[in-house]
Design a protein around this ligand. Structure first.
Ligand SMILES: *Cc1c(COP(=O)(O)O)cnc(C)c1O
Length: 362
C-alpha cells in the first residue's frame, strides 16, 4: 500500500490506528453481526456508541454539566445560520471579529437575521494578525460575540480567548483547532466545529452550548435548525450521522491514548515549531505572511520567493509522498495542514523535502 503524508485542510488525515480499528470491525461491530452503518440509530448498539462519544468528549474537554453536546449535520457552514437564528432572542445586533475567509462567511450569513457589528478586523493588513483586544469596539447589548479561533485558509490562530462584555456570550467557530489544545469551556456560550478537520469524517458537526442559551430562537427558526429541538432529542430528532459519530468516538479514544489534549497540544507545538523554523531559516526562500504570535499551529501557510516554482514544489513533494500542499485558491502559495492526526514523522519528512528543494532551487 502506498501510504502518503496527507496535508489536506479537510477532510483531513485520521489516525492510522483508528482507520485500522474501523476496518477490523467494519463488517461486525462488537459481535453484533452488523456494520455500524447498518444499525438503527435508536438501537442499543448505536446508543452505546453515541453515549460513549459524548462521555469521552466531555471528559477530554472537561465540559461542565450545564453545557449540552449536540451531534449535528450541515457542517460548520450551517452554524453560520443556526447561531444567529438561535441566539438573537430579543436583541437586534451581534458582534463579530473579522480575521479572514471563514469569519467573512459567518458575517454574511448573520446579516440575514441581525445587525452585524464588526468590532475588529485585520483586513487592512491582509488578515496577517489578530487585532489587539483592547481596540475592539464591543457592544454590551450584543446578542453574542463571534470569532473564528483558527482561520483554516489564511493560517491565522488566536493566541488568546477573547473576553466579551459582561453578560455577552462568546461564540467560537473552532472547526480547525478543536481538541488541539486545552481550553476552558466555561469562557464560552457556544463552540462549534465541523468534524472533518480534527475529529473525524465530514458529515458531523459538534456543538457545545450552554443550557441557558437554548431558548432564544427566533420564531422563524426551522425545526431542524433549532438547538432546543436537538438538545431535547439528544441529537436524535432525526437520523444523526451515525458512521461519522462512530469514527469520531474512536478518534476521541485515540486522543486519550496520546495523553489527552495536553499530550496532543505539546506535539502540535513541536510540529508547528519545526515547520516555522524551516520557513524562517530558509534565507527568504520560503516566507510566512502571518505575524509570528498569530501563526496557526494547525494550518501552516507559506510562499516561495519564486512563485514560478509553485507547481514543481507541489509535484516534487508528491513524488516524495507528501500530498495536498497547494494553498487555497483565495490565498495562493502553500499550506500544510498538520492537525492532531498528522504524525511528527510526516512533518519531519516535509521539513527535509523543503530544505532539499530550497538547496536545489535557491
Ligand atoms: C472548514 C471550515 C468551515 C466550513 O466547514 P463545512 O463543514 O464545510 O461547512 C467553517 N469554518 C472553519 C474555521 C473551517 O475550517
Amino acid at each position: 500500500m502506498a501510504k502518503v503524508y496527507n496535508f489536506s485542510s479537510g477532510p483531513a488525515v485520521l489516525p492510522h490506528s483508528v482507520l485500522a480499528e474501523a476496518q477490523s470491525e467494519l463488517l461486525d461491530w462488537h459481535g453484533s453481526g452488523m456494520s455500524v452503518m447498518e444499525m438503527s440509530h435508536r438501537g442499543k448498539e448505536f446508543m452505546e456508541i453515541i453515549h460513549d462519544a459524548e462521555h469521552d468528549l466531555r471528559r477530554l474537554m472537561a465540559i461542565p454539566e450545564n453545557y449540552r453536546v449536540l451531534f449535528l449535520q450541515g457542517g460548520a457552514s450551517q452554524q453560520f445560520s443556526m447561531v444567529p437564528l438561535n441566539l438573537l432572542g430579543e436583541k437586534k445586533s451581534v458582534d463579530v471579529v473579522n480575521t479572514g475567509h471563514w469569519s467573512k462567511l459567518a458575517i454574511k450569513e448573520a446579516k440575514h437575521y441581525a445587525k452585524v457589528n464588526v468590532v475588529a478586523s485585520s483586513e487592512d493588513r491582509n488578515f496577517s494578525y489578530v487585532p489587539a483586544e483592547d481596540t475592539w469596539q464591543c457592544d454590551p447589548n450584543a446578542a453574542y460575540l463571534h470569532y473564528t479561533s483558527n482561520e483554516t485558509i489564511g493560517g491565522l490562530q488566536f493566541p488568546f480567548v477573547p473576553t466579551p462584555p459582561e453578560g455577552v456570550p462568546l461564540v467560537c467557530d473552532m472547526s480547525s483547532e478543536f481538541l488541539s489544545h486545552e481550553i476552558d469551556v466555561n469562557r464560552f456560550g457556544l463552540i462549534y466545529a465541523g468534524a472533518q478537520k480534527n475529529i473525524g469524517p465530514s458529515g458531523l458537526t459538534v456543538v457545545i452550548v450552554r443550557e441557558d442559551l437554548l431558548d432564544r430562537a427566533l420564531r422563524i427558526t426551522p425545526t431542524m435548525l433549532n438547538y432546543r429541538v436537538h438538545a431535547d432529542a439528544d441529537s436524535m430528532y432525526n437520523t444523526p450521522a451515525t458512521f461519522p459519530i462512530y469514527i469520531a468516538g474512536l478518534v476521541l479514544k485515540w486522543i486519550e491514548e496520546q495523553g489527552g489534549i495536553k499530550g496532543i497540544a505539546a506535539r502540535n507545538e513541536e510540529k508547528a515549531g519545526l515547520l516555522y523554523h524551516t520557513i524562517d531559516s530558509s534565507g527568504g526562500f520560503y516566507s510566512s505572511h502571518i505575524e509570528t504570535p498569530f501563526r496557526s499551529k494547525m494550518n501552516v501557510t507559506f510562499r516561495l520567493r519564486d512563485e514560478s516554482l509553485n507547481d514543481s514544489f507541489v509535484s516534487e513533494a508528491k513524488k516524495n509522498g507528501l500530498v495536498q500542499l497547494k494553498g487555497h485558491r483565495v490565498v495562493g502559495g502553500m499550506r500544510a495542514s498538520i492537525y492532531n492526526a498528522m504524525p511528527i514523522e510526516g512533518v519531519k519528512s516535509l521539513v527535509h523535502f523543503m530544505q532539499d528543494f530550497a538547496r536545489q532551487h535557491g
